[in-house]
Ligand binder design. Structure first.
Ligand code: ATP
Length: 239
């Protein structure tokens, strides 16, 4: 795509003590794209997302967002700039209501009227959340909590939304729903980075994809091309 690059990662390295989890990763995300990052368990996908959102210190490399080097920036700073992650395991506030969770997503915003309008918008994208708006988030199913986590992230008005394994641990019907919602959010114009172990679903909806293995990017290309690639099919689609 010829759209501007919003997020650019170069030579990213992350270690946990002596263990190199990410060993020099390059990738970029253009405005309006849905980019999927796939790879098996322990490949370093989550670590890469944490590094990008400044929730994990990096050992080397640089990360640019909206043309600015993010060195030294804290996680909240990045949220304010529009780089927002829905972490693996969702991280909703289980003892707060659905509505309060959404309000907390808008924590850094000051436009009261805009916030209320956006809550209505979230309720129309996620009707289930409207039905449950005054209930505690912890009473909802895993899939509903995943939707709440995405809605809460959207309340921060992200320029790039990072989703870490949104389908993890969900029933097949809920997995369908989550991928549907990811497509809806993409269709609204939100730029998305989707980290998934469900490679076939993630590549099927992606403009572009990256395959990560043992801390490095081993393949990249249009989602459909990767999906058709025999090596990808053998390694990730059980063929
Ligand atoms: P998953 O799908 O399981 O989340 P992943 O591709 O996201 O896999 P990471 O979670 O980034 O992979 O893990 C990459 C490597 O770093 C793995 O070897 C993992 O064991 C290791 N690792 C991850 N988090 C830590 C940590 N906090 N301390 C030590 N090692 C870690």
């Amino acid at each position: 795509t010829s759209n501007p690059v919003l997020l650019k990662v170069r030579g990213l390295k992350v270690a946990y003590g002596g263990i190199q989890a990410v060993k020099g990763v390059d990738f970029e995300v253009h405005e309006g794209e849905l980019v999927s990052l796939i790879g098996s368990n322990g490949a370093g996908k989550t670590t890469t997302m944490k590094a990008v959102t400044a929730t994990q210190p990096i050992n080397d490399g640089h990360i640019e967002f909206l043309g600015e080097n993010l060195k030294g920036r804290g996680a909240w700073d990045l949220v304010a700039k529009g780089l927002v992650m829905v972490p693996e395991g969702r991280g909703v506030f289980t003892r707060q209501t659905i509505t309060d969770n959404l309000m907390l997503g808008a924590y850094l915003r000051k436009d009261k009227a805009g916030i209320l309008a956006d809550i209505e918008k979230m309720f129309s994208i996620f009707p289930r959340l409207r039905e449950r708006k005054d209930q505690l988030a912890g009473t909802m199913s895993g899939g509903e909590q995943q939707m709440l986590a995405m809605a809460r992230a959207l309340m921060a008005q992200p320029k790039v939304l990072l989703l870490d394994e949104p389908s993890m641990g969900l029933s097949p019907i809920m997995v369908d729903k989550i991928f549907e919602v990811v497509r809806d959010v993409y269709a609204m114009g939100v730029t998305i980075v989707l980290v998934e172990q469900n490679a076939s679903r993630a590549l099927a909806i992606a403009d572009r994809g990256y395959v990560m293995e043992s801390g490095i990017i081993t393949m990249t290309g249009p989602g459909q091309e990767l999906l058709a690639d025999p090596k990808v099919r053998a390694a990730y689609l059980g063929e």
